[in-house]
Design a binder for this molecule. Structure first.
Ligand code: SF4
Ligand code: SF4
Length: 306
């Protein structure tokens, strides 16, 4: 485990009330940290200083929510439950599943980024590429900010995808999967449902990045105002829309769903070399994301009545 991993997963020294933190104090600290992050250098483009994401918002899922079993055995299959991830991060913790809460964060794309991305048809807009290229500093930075702040309050916490044993995996049914899915955590935390393009449609739309932190604190869960995995996608809820199909340059989206192999090869084999030639200051950038802008669910959840 690296020094950074340790900061993201271990119990902080000092701090009071480690086993029974006050809910309102924890949620206030999370909101404060989100506001601080939104104006920080972690959320600023290294190219021009423009903010990369709009202010984050949060949902909360109980660690013993029965949905985790469904997710870990069905929808994602290789995914850890919150308790499994927590014990990997803090093996000597006495926490049970009911002591834990998954804090799920949505970082919405800014209106400027979504607007630029909607205006392009084959390659991502520069703003979109910049926000994805800076993922490690911005999205992971938010998770680190939250982990650090909660640690200073004496609260045990784990950032699942910062664990050394976190893996992305090949899967016979799901093609690619991972040991922790921020999207499924966000679904469990009442933040939205999946679309035809497989992005998570939130109240702020599908153009966003996600992260999550597992904390040892019992925080009131965010109600899930949906029953299934795809309720907020117009295609699944009403048979209409399908706008993301026409937005995908290689044709990786169809009425049958999202072809992950084709999507990945377009990003790697077509977008990556194009971006390297055009934006040499964003070395390694390869995001596509054209299906996440210029569509009805880009900045809202039309299937939820928004
Ligand atoms: S564009 Fe339409 S069909 Fe595609 S994910 Fe959004 S709501 Fe669903
Ligand atoms: S990210 Fe790009 S290639 Fe992948 S499904 Fe969306 S539009 Fe298609």
């Amino acid at each position: 485990m690296t020094e950074q991993d340790s900061r993201d997963t271990s119990r902080a020294s000092g701090g009071a009330g480690a086993q029974a933190p006050d809910e309102s104090a924890v949620k206030a600290a999370i909101e404060e940290e989100a506001a601080r992050f939104a104006g920080s250098a972690d959320n600023a483009s290294p190219v021009d200083g423009e903010r990369l994401f709009a202010p984050p918002f949060f949902g909360y899922a109980a660690g013993d929510d029965p949905a985790w079993r469904t997710l870990s055995s069905g929808a994602v299959e290789c995914s850890w439950t919150p308790l499994e991830a927590f014990r990997l991060g803090i093996p000597d913790s006495s926490a049970s599943a009911s002591d834990l809460t998954v804090v799920s964060a949505v970082l919405p794309a800014t209106p400027e980024t979504t607007g630029d991305q909607a205006a392009t048809e084959r390659f991502p807009a520069a703003r979109w590429l910049a926000s994805r290229h800076s993922h490690g500093r911005s999205v992971d930075g938010l998770a680190r900010c939250l982990a650090s702040r909660l640690g200073s309050m004496g609260i045990e916490r784990v950032v699942p995808d910062h664990l050394p044993s976190f893996r992305t995996l090949r899967h016979p049914v799901h093609v690619f999967t991972s040991t922790w899915s921020h999207r499924h955590a966000a679904w469990a935390a009442g933040l939205g449902t999946f679309g035809l393009s497989e992005g998570l449609i939130t109240r702020a739309g599908v153009a966003h990045r996600l992260t999550s932190v597992i904390v040892r604190a019992r925080l009131a869960p965010t109600p899930r105002t949906y029953a299934g995995f795809r309720d907020w996608c117009l295609f699944y809820s009403s048979g209409k829309c399908g706008k993301c199909i026409g937005r995908c340059p290689p044709g990786a989206i169809s009425a049958g769903g999202h072809d992950k192999e084709l999507c990945r090869s377009y990003a790697n084999d077509v977008v990556r070399p194009w971006a390297a030639a055009r934006f040499p200051d964003m070395e390694g950038a390869y995001a596509c994301g054209l299906c996440q802008a210029g569509v009805p669910c880009a900045s809202r959840a039309p299937g939820a009545g928004d």
